[in-house]
Design a protein around this ligand. Structure first.
Ligand code: 5AD
Ligand code: SF4
Length: 438
């Protein structure tokens, strides 16, 4: 049997797409290889949001080229956002690539392999016009009880730092009926937690006369689905109806990932985020008023062009004021072709690094304080498997999306009650209470 290996480089949508690539390859009769070295088909599902994943991809291509020398006949397939962004140059940059495709043209890989490489030219790339939902492809899910569900593709925002709109195209929503049919099927297969995915989930449905709030309510009504998560919402589109749906739907988790990017209204304007610091803080207050136990996480960029020390201090202030439960922090990375990459006042690397260090320190202190506040409480935990740090312990996540390492005897996929006894800036520790919740 021919074997494949898929490497995921990017976000949750990228991870979702990798599961579809695996499903497609298995339908073609391939099995999964434990490592790239043992695979006949090496798939690299790339990301290009910052320079780092681009560099990681280049390193992987070095290994893939070696695999082709050692084992002639090995196929190297490159998909994802970097492939799409570089579609004109990819085969020239990396002559070892056999077939390439973008996030909207994954099925091209199947067509190419299905044709045995015959009749379809080596170095071929799916065309952007045939963009379809990856969600319509077969799937090999990593977890029995958790699933990604794609609700839309593309992004209509124009954030000046971001390459994604150029790569993933205009936003198109999947029909609510199609999304719900998938979720009902997942529930029938034993899935208890779904994460709805879109580049901007809050603008879901506008192209269909539907809305994200309606979708949340419909998902909530599916029996067996006990947890609903979604990512990422854009603060500009987070409306009252979605807040109300979050508050009223029992399965929608008490967590919002609300990308801030900067706490300075001046920088937010240059980023074309279309909200100010004040409006963002108002949204946080509204969310907290409606959902008392809400966890908030965020994305923050340090060192955007023109960011002064005063702007950066405003970001630190907002982190303190909101009191995030966690944050992904990034050094600004210029992306060719974006508006911000051409801005004149780029921040020197040394300063960007200094700022990210200060930012991480504040984020960790704030998050550690938030987690410490959970000690003494009992949390509902969905068990995911053995702890990564101590195989004698179990690991799972709370509804608020915090990882918990705990002593207990539950099976993966079970919901249990855990008494919280300790906390770090990113995890909780505790002990399972005798009775499982369900
Ligand atoms: N540089 C640094 N971080 C970026 N992000 C997006 N584009 C860039 C960039 N050019 C971050 C944003 C976004 C997250 C997914 O990645 O914070 O929310
Ligand atoms: Fe995800 Fe963006 Fe990376 Fe594409 S470029 S994989 S959308 S993070």
């Amino acid at each position: 049997m021919r074997r494949y290996h898929v490497t995921t480089f990017g976000c949750q949508m990228n991870a979702h797409d990798s599961e579809r690539i695996k499903g497609l390859l298995e339908e073609l009769g391939l099995g999964e290889a434990p490592s790239q070295e043992q695979a006949d088909v090496i798939v690299l599902n790339t990301c290009t949001i910052r320079e780092k994943p681009d560099t990681r991809f280049a390193a992987h291509m070095g290994n893939a080229a070696k695999a082709k020398r050692d084992r002639p006949g090995t196929v190297v397939a490159v998909g994802g956002c970097y492939a799409e962004a570089q579609r004109e140059r990819l085969f020239a940059l990396y002559p070892d690539v056999d077939v390439a495709f973008g996030p909207g043209t994954i099925s091209h890989l199947g067509d190419w392999l299905g044709a045995g490489g015959e009749g379809v030219a080596r170095g071929s790339f799916g065309t952007g016009e045939e963009r379809t939902f990856a969600a319509r492809l077969p799937v090999r899910r990593e977890r029995r009880f958790q699933a990604w569900v794609q609700v839309s593709m593309g992004c209509n925002s124009v954030c000046s730092y971001c390459i994604v709109p150029a790569v993933r195209g205009r936003e198109t929503s999947r029909r609510p009926g199609e999304v719900l049919a998938e979720i009902e099927q997942l529930a029938a297969e034993g899935v208890r937690e779904v994460t709805l995915l879109g580049q901007n989930v809050n603008s879901y449905g506008r192209d269909l006369g539907s809305s994200f709030a309606e979708l949340l309510r419909a998902c909530d009504a599916v029996p067996g689905i006990e947890r609903i998560r979604f990512t990422s919402p854009h603060p500009k589109d987070f409306r009252q109806d979605v807040i109300a749906a979050m508050a009223e739907c029992a399965a929608v988790c008490e967590h919002a990932h609300l990308p801030l990017q900067s706490g300075s209204s001046r920088i937010l304007k240059a980023m074309r985020r279309t909200y100010s610091r004040e409006r963002y803080l108002r949204l946080v207050a509204e969310l907290r008023a409606a959902i008392p136990d809400l966890a908030l996480t965020t994305d923050i960029i340090a060192g955007f062009p023109g960011e002064t020390d005063a702007d950066f201090r405003e970001t630190l202030e907002v982190v303190e004021e909101v009191g995030y439960d966690g944050a992904f922090t990034f050094v600004y990375s210029p992306r060719a072709g974006t508006e911000a990459a051409a801005m004149p006042d780029q921040v020197p690397d040394k300063l960007k690094r200094e700022r990210i260090e200060r930012l991480v320190e504040v984020v960790q202190r704030v998050a550690a304080g938030r987690n410490a506040g959970r000690v003494g409480m009992v949390e509902e935990v969905l068990v995911e498997g053995p702890s990564r740090t101590d195989s004698g312990l179990l690991r799972g996540r709370t509804r608020r999306n915090t990882t918990v390492n705990f002593s207990g005897d539950a099976a993966s996929g079970e919901l249990v009650s855990v008494a919280i006894e300790g906390a770090t800036s990113t995890t909780l520790a505790g002990m399972q209470l005798a009775l499982a919740v369900a």
